[in-house]
Design a protein around this ligand. Structure first.
Ligand code: SF4
Length: 317
């Protein structure tokens, strides 16, 4: 953590929105509303199918944070048209951002990825594409293939969670920080944008570990970030840790203060796609406050305003 006081940002430098929100990025980039559409491509994960492990990351639920819609017979085009119709009516928008969130979407063969990208290219109104993945499921052939997709922007949502290799081992990520850094550099060199996923409150970590991870993010060619407060999902390994008293969830106050201070450290050009976790209905076991996404978000913004913090005000180039 930078030694500057948290209260030393001059008042006149504190903007209305104290961080570079995705909505602001979209307004500048597209001049129109663009809504993200979550899609389930029926992907798998090497940390779930036995290639690396069967248990997955300790926080991962058995659905890989996805809806499982494809497995229920609802193909990508059907998922897309349902959401697009809803958003056209609700937000009066014709532009959409395809977001493949569940599991590891670049895992598997090159031909699988090719077919997936072809299907996505046919979705009407799609201007942006995000593929959720792991750093060890990206190679130069896959990155080139994604870079050639006709979407105006191609993003990779890459899980890191922590830059601390001991933590990555503890939470059973199955890769280290170097794998993440190498994947980010390779993807960036081919024109892809990276959105890094980082967690606060990981077992065995302190706030200093969280801030150190953000400092490592600053040093890489990363365009976006998702901050997550760790929560216990039903069916995850963390549920057993909780039951056995091996893990104790953090308080909302802890997260709010760490997220606000973390954003102050973050490079100001990094787009904040998300500032807190978003548990699916029925999966949240603890802490209860993680179910109130709006309250957490509002508390972070309020804390930043009260302490005259803005994204990047403590960033050290
Ligand atoms: S990499 Fe993602 S899908 Fe795979 S086990 Fe970890 S959280 Fe789950």
């Amino acid at each position: 953590m930078n030694s500057k006081s948290l209260k030393n940002c001059p008042r006149e430098q504190v903007p209305e929105t104290p961080y570079f929100a995705l909505s602001a990025y979209i307004r500048t980039r597209f001049k129109k509303r663009v809504r993200k559409i979550p899609l389930d491509a029926g992907s798998s994960c090497p940390n779930r199918d036995g290639t690396l492990s069967h248990g997955g990351c300790v926080f991962c639920n058995p659905r890989g944070s996805g809806t499982g819609l494809l497995a229920h017979g609802i193909n990508l085009a059907e998922q897309w048209s349902t959401w697009a119709e809803l958003f056209r009516k609700k937000y009066k928008t014709e532009l959409f951002w395809a977001y493949l969130q569940s599991f590891t979407n670049t895992y598997g063969s090159l031909s699988r990825l090719h077919n997936l990208l072809e299907t996505l290219a046919d979705l009407p109104g799609m201007v942006c594409l995000s593929l959720g993945t792991r750093p060890d499921c990206l190679d130069v052939d896959k990155i080139r293939m994604i870079a050639a997709h006709p979407a105006r922007e191609k993003w990779l949502d890459v899980g890191l969670q922590s830059s601390n290799d001991a933590t990555l081992q503890r939470i059973n990520r199955g890769h280290d920080f170097t794998a993440f850094a190498n994947a980010v550099k390779l993807a960036h060199d081919h024109g892809l944008k990276i959105c890094a996923h980082v967690m606060h409150g990981l077992p065995g970590e302190t706030n200093q570990d969280f801030f150190q991870t953000l400092t490592c993010i600053n040093a890489l060619p990363i365009a976006g970030i998702k901050l997550h407060n760790l929560y216990v999902a039903r069916g995850s390994a963390l549920e057993q840790w909780l039951d056995q008293g091996l893990y104790r969830p953090g308080t909302m106050d802890d997260y709010v203060q760490a997220a606000a201070r973390g954003l102050a450290l973050l490079r100001p050009d990094i787009v904040v796609h998300r500032m807190n976790a978003d548990p699916q209905p029925g999966e949240l076991l603890a802490p209860a406050w993680a179910g109130n996404k709006r309250a957490v978000l509002a508390a972070i913004v309020e804390h930043m305003a009260e302490n005259r913090l803005r994204q990047g005000c403590h960033f050290v180039p």
